[in-house]
Write a protein that binds this ligand. Sequence first.
Ligand code: CMX
Length: 465
Amino acid sequence: MSATAFRSLTRQTPRLAFGRSLRFASTSKQQTLKERLTELIPVELEHVKAARVEHGKKAFGPVLVDQLYGGMRGLPALIWEGSVLDPEEGIRFRGKSIPECQELLPKAPGGNEPLPEALFWLLVTGEIPTQEQVTALSKDWAARATIPEFVEELLDRCPPTLHPMSQFSLAVTALNHDSSFAKAYQQGISKKDYWGPVFEDCMDLIAKLPNIAGRIFHNVYGQGKLPAIDANKDYSWNLATLLGFSENPAFVELMRLYITIHSDHEGGNVSAHTGKLVGSALSDPFLAFAASLNGLAGPLHGLANQEVLIWLRRMQSKIGENASDEAVREYVWSTLKGGQVVPGYGHAVLRKTDPRYTAQREFALKHLPHDPLFKLVGQIYNIVPDILLEAGKAKNPWPNVDAHSGVLLTHYGLNQMNFYTVLFGVSRAFGVAAQLIWDRALGAPLERPKSYSTGAIEKMFKDKN
Ligand code: CMX
């Protein structure tokens, strides 16, 4: 299928402009993110207050018992400011689609992909930052990037057989040792001031992830001495360098795109919701985000990017490279008949091809159009949806973000599949951190939904039939 045909098939005309981007007065060129937030928070507090006065007692509609048993699909339950997911159109970050972010967000000199620093600014403020503000953020994160020696030692002592996601989670948990929020809380900080130290923790968290990810990579896959962070380079360049890929500008560009599109996917997915939930107990951002990582490490969520590559490699070893459509079809059916899911396909909310998949496909068409594994991914795209439809169970037969990411990483030589979800984790910190800041700024309460036993439900409806 041609790139144009693919685009028109998968990219729908935006139906809804989610979010309230650029609602605030535009920012001065020199302002730091924290200075801008200090201005925005009182405005947003009033806005939320007014929204609750006006809409607070309105109902979304009935809650069905099936939703309690069915993983709460479609249950309106959370406030998440950074992004909203439309089932047909996909994600919008503060109202902006992925192509709009690619167009509007500041880029690195000579680069084409948005800088994740800019995306973080957008997630937090709803505004497009200036180039100067983005550069300042790169420098700020570089200055905060060092991880404590005891965390380095903790990672060095992990057996290389411990999954990189488990190592990632334990290192992030241990960062809680230096949490500004945990210290401030112990010293009796007032509730209205929570967001300040939470902001500092979130900035530290994001800043330290490349060093953690790099150390895990080096320890597990034995890649020699770790380079130092370069304060004059952007976040993605430093991450790529720590993984041994600074020589390849296309890989650095891939990291910029990768972090941007994986950063946030509204609030109900397992990693985002877990972070928000744990943060609601006033656990600091390190503890909250470590919980997110443990959720991301599940094969139905972030680990699917690893599973896709394992599945593709198994397919190739069974039916060979350049296999016919018929052979691929048979392999997909054998996966389903074996009681397994086709990794990278389906979604709990999306009902069309994931625009994050499309963005990665466009990157591949530009940078690696002749890669054999990319061709296989395209071949699978033409085969799997029809099979899932015929099998008749999956509500969404289309590919999600994880169907494509591993192929791009493998192309550049990052073929350590067990590491893929760590990169997803680095990215997801951006979305969770942005929300944790706003949750504390808006005084979000402890989460405590109501649960029922089957017996209680039977009793409740006994006399109502
Ligand atoms: N392959 C086979 N069966 C699938 C399927 C797939 N890709 N996607 C859904 N189904 C099945 C479900 O397992 C379910 O079967 P049962 O009725 O036997 O339980 C049925 O179809 C209905 O599921 P659904 O309502 O369409 O999907 P869910 O909201 O329950 O699950 C998801 C969503 C992502 C877990 C599921 O599509 C899946 O398992 N996909 C493969 C794993 C994957 O790619 N995960 C990554 C998602 C993106 C991310 O979070 O990173």
